[in-house]
Design a protein around this ligand. Sequence first.
Ligand SMILES: [Zn+2]
Length: 256
Amino acid sequence: MLTISPIAAFSDNYIWHLQRDEQDWVVDPGDAGPVSTALEERKLDGILITHHHWDHTGGIAELAAKYHCPVYGPGSVEGVTHPLAAGDRCEVLGFPVSVMDVPGHTLDHLALLLRENDGRVEQNHLFCGDTLFAAGCGRLFEGTPAQMYSSLAKLSALPPETRVYCAHEYTLANLRFAAAAEPGNQAVRNRLAQVEALRASGKTTLPSTIGEELATNPFLRCHIPALARQAANHGATENSDEVEVFAYLRRWKDNF
Ligand SMILES: [Zn+2]
């Protein structure tokens, strides 16, 4: 059986810990310390990396030296032993992982889709780093709005039951923005109440699902007229296309 659990790091990062049959992998270990603590006496069998930012890669050197494990990720990242690119497939814990390129937050950003299928369970698990967040998306540090919008479109086309493992606990702040951007969306209000309760008791709000994101994430809903109208109050025009609506929503969120 596959279990996936968050290891908290820094102030709001999650390093996702995948376990199956005494084997352990982690995604985006920005810090080695919390990973070693979570592993206790077990060893690490592999590392997956989504993009080059230090809070996702800072633990690679120490973990790879300690556990002699392979590191799969963008070839631009120091310490990667198995470079991945769009369309590649690899195997993690006996399950196939397909690789998508999702530039925007960074240009080297990858999203990794693990298909769990052991005869009893059929479930997709998406590790999307800082591209898609619960009710939000990553800042545009390197890519253009058009690149990010097309990356988010790829992810939102995955089956709605796909579980979404983001790399930060940003859900509450994102939903407060979503409620401002689309005040008439009841699903956003319901999710905000759920997430406020989870955070008040110190619980994680992840994983999300693609279905939940389609219903509540303003950055996946730029085609909705109510959101386009709100974007028009923040720099877009009535004639703006979806990419422009996205760009102005993202800029508004940067200063929210
Ligand atoms: Zn990042």
